[in-house]
Design a protein. Structure first.
Length: 213
């Protein structure tokens, strides 16, 4: 994707979401099952055509000589770090690019690839360290205290329970949850988290106090 085309998509996304009428139409369309099914089918067709075009282009482009030159160019010192910094700045800094990438994830194949990439990224040590650093900067003692006070308010807890009940009644959420429960790794993670929770004496004491109240 060329820079001019990317900028054109960025401006189009910004214009769409900046217009309140267009934003309302997009949100209403996203709630309609028929519209979602139609968009999903169109996206699947577009993705298949796009993949066929890309395969043909790549077969013509990536000759052995071109690949050897590319590998040699990729081994220049500092190139990987510069490319990674640029990609992170694009993903983290520009809301339009985030919107475009989120829109591109309508395709089932793209969603699977993205989820696999996020899982791989989440397992790397540098990414976990970055997440811990962000959490340490965000969750200051004052913010933790304010958040705990908010969670202890009966009205807020009732609102959270209502949202959970609404989510569990949502057929799309139930489909995703049941599909996740069929995944062996997800079940293992859930089981380990539940066992760790029950092994924690502080959590057991808190639960006993809540049930006795």
């Amino acid at each position: 994707m060329s820079r001019a085309h990317r900028e054109k998509l960025r401006q189009a996304a910004l214009a769409q979401w900046a217009d309140p009428v267009q934003r309302c139409r997009l949100l209403v369309a996203a709630r309609s099952p028929e519209k979602r099914a139609k968009l999903s089918a169109a996206s699947t067709r577009d993705w298949q055509e796009h993949r066929e075009r890309r395969v043909a282009i790549n077969r013509a482009l990536w000759t052995p000589e071109f690949y050897a030159n590319h590998r040699q160019a990729m081994q220049r010192p500092g190139l990987k770090e510069r490319r990674r910094a640029w990609a992170l700045s694009q993903w983290n800094g520009d809301p339009a690019i985030r919107a475009i990438r989120a829109a591109n994830l309508h395709s089932p194949e793209a969603r699977k690839k993205h989820q696999a990439a996020m899982r791989r990224l989440g397992q790397t040590r540098s990414h976990l360290a970055k997440l811990r650093q962000i959490a340490a900067e965000f969750w200051t003692p004052e913010r933790c205290a304010a958040h705990r006070a908010l969670l202890n308010q009966p009205a807020h807890r009732a609102l959270l329970r209502q949202k959970v009940a609404e989510r569990q009644r949502d057929p799309a959420f139930r489909r995703r949850f049941l599909a996740a429960m069929r995944d062996q790794k997800f079940r293992e993670r859930m089981s380990a988290a539940i066992k760790a929770k029950w092994a924690d004496p502080a959590w057991r004491a808190k639960r006993a106090a809540k049930n006795s109240a």
